[in-house]
Write a protein that binds this ligand. Structure first.
Ligand code: GDP
Length: 304
């Protein structure tokens, strides 16, 4: 699926609401701004970010005295883009890791059901197609389904999966996965982890232990800690981002299920509130339904 197709629901929604708000208006007034505010809130942009966007547009209206709807469109695009971080999409595929420091270690966190396992499968496929060798580590040992599913994804994509089965020590799985990555000269090791947020201290300890064991091989590992959030859950995604950033250092976000939601505003709000770059977005259940996040494309798709 293309980005436009994948985000169609999101796009149609924000765009159609906005165009209705400005139809027949030659000038951006209080009423248009009120409607815009409501659109942003109902698209799950979040209150704080919505207020910020509205305030900036009010400033522009005050400064320029007169603003028509097509100018509003341009300004809104600029404002939304400014809240999102720019990725160099090529960098997302070419981790510049010197040969003696390989592999690049990516640790993936997130609560159950958000699409963590699926995203890992899609990432493995993405990296493999970019010519990288990948090892997966099934360190979400709390759920049998998670281990089995990851093994299935490994088979589907054609990459090895290190697993010790259910209820085994996650750190030991991570240790063996990174070791296999080092021994086989792999480019990237992706470690799945358990997402039990209700036992925050346990999770913190578990993730800490996983990090320490991989640092026996690679002192600066993990190079990335990716939090997976379900973009269709609105406020829950915000809460999870808040909780996970307390538990561990999150360096990147993957936002899933943007194909089935009119709530794509989550991407804007979370980027702004947490200042963590969104690097990947999930737009379907298939292996290829993962996009490298590009803020221009994303913003344009909201207005198509
Ligand atoms: P986990 O519990 O976080 O590992 O979640 P899974 O990877 O098992 O995914 C949960 C469900 O969400 C599965 O049915 C996936 O097919 C589905 N899923 C994951 N990512 C996406 C996405 O981007 N779009 C859609 N529509 N479904 C997704």
């Amino acid at each position: 699926e293309s980005l436009d197709q994948g985000l169609q629901k999101t796009s149609e929604s924000i765009f159609s609401k906005l165009s209705k708000a400005v139809v027949g208006k030659s000038q951006v007034d209080e009423e248009v701004l009120d409607q815009l505010e409501e659109i942003l809130i109902t698209s799950d942009v979040g209150v704080d970010t919505t207020i910020k966007v509205i305030r900036r547009i009010e400033e522009r209206v005050a400064r320029d005295k007169y603003l028509n709807s097509s100018e509003l469109d341009v300004i809104l695009r600029e404002e939304i883009a400014s809240l999102l971080e720019e990725n160099n999409t090529q960098d997302l595929l070419d981790f510049d890791i010197p040969a003696d420091r390989k592999p690049y270690v990516l640790m993936v966190v997130g609560v159950n059901g958000v699409g963590k396992t699926t995203t890992i499968g899609k990432l493995a496929n993405l990296f493999k197609n970019a010519g990288k060798s990948v090892v997966l580590g099934a360190a979400d040992t709390f759920r049998a389904a998670a281990v089995d599913q990851l093994i299935l994804w490994g088979e589907r994509v054609g990459v090895p999966v290190v697993s010790h089965g259910m209820n085994t020590d996650p750190a030991s799985v991570a240790f063996d996965a990174v070791k296999q990555g080092v021994d086989t000269g792999a480019d990237i090791v992706i470690i799945d982890t358990a997402g039990r947020l209700h036992t925050k201290v346990n999770l913190m300890n578990e993730l800490g232990k996983i990090k320490r064991v991989m640092q026996k091989f690679i002192p600066d590992a993990p190079h990335e800690i990716l939090l997976v959030l379900d973009g269709s859950t609105g406020q829950n995604a915000f809460i999870q981002a808040k909780e996970f950033t307390k538990v561990t250092e999150i360096s990147a976000l993957a936002i899933t299920k943007l194909d089935g939601t009119a709530k794509g505003g989550v991407v804007i709000g979370i980027s702004d509130q947490f200042k963590i770059p969104v690097k990947y977005i999930g737009v379907g259940e298939k292996m290829t339904d993962l996009q490298l996040f590009n803020r221009r494309e994303f913003v344009d798709s909201l207005f198509k």
